[in-house]
Design a protein around this ligand. Sequence first.
Ligand code: C5P
Length: 238
Amino acid sequence: MFLMEAIFMSDSKIIVALDYPNADAALALAKQLDPARCKLKIGKELFTRSGPATVETLVKQGFDIFLDLKYHDIPNTVAKACSAAADLGVWMMNVHTLGGSAMMTAARQAIGNNGDRPLLIGVTLLTSMDQTTFDEIGLQGSISDTVLRLAALANKSGLDGVVCSAQEATLLRAQHNDNFQLVTPGIRPENSVQGDQHRTMTPAKAIAAGSSYLVIGRPITAAESPMAALAAIELSLN
Ligand code: C5P
């Protein structure tokens, strides 16, 4: 690990979603943030447009990066993709649990066991999946039982945690100890704009419900001062 990264390494629970269409916009926002006070999430749009270079730039600046590419493919392909992501120096990455235990186990083995290996997180059911879509693709049972089952499968396959809504965190935390990371989007500070998120929770309530990390986009990125918005959220967590 580079010395600079070691100095900046943050223990923040806040992951700012860099939902931007190009590297310039993402880097401009990152410039306003402190790597000691938050982590950053890079998703499919930014990665597809700007590639690994943006990830590497932000890693060099000291940010912990959650590479949110939700891999889902045959075990060999996912394992190789995870290995490539680990080589970029990311802090966290994710795969779809619907790929099954063989895929998840292969992914977990691919990132090794070094102390500074990335965390490997599973996506259970996307929160955009409603009952109609669930039925349409032939899944059986209820959505919440399926989320619990997939999270248990992720745990058994050696994954470090799951992405889930903060509403699901209480149930999941009852079944998993604190080493199992619950990464929760759909977070809205008190009095902030809900936007297209429906089932939101405040940062403090999400942490109380068992969330390990909070994924927060627009309440920070669209704020007049992203750092002030971040500071207000930190204060609400104290
Ligand atoms: O701006 P906002 O706080 O709504 O951003 C939330 C981030 O979390 C976005 O990057 C979104 O894609 C992501 N996300 C989500 N719901 C999920 C999974 C990921 O909102 N179930």
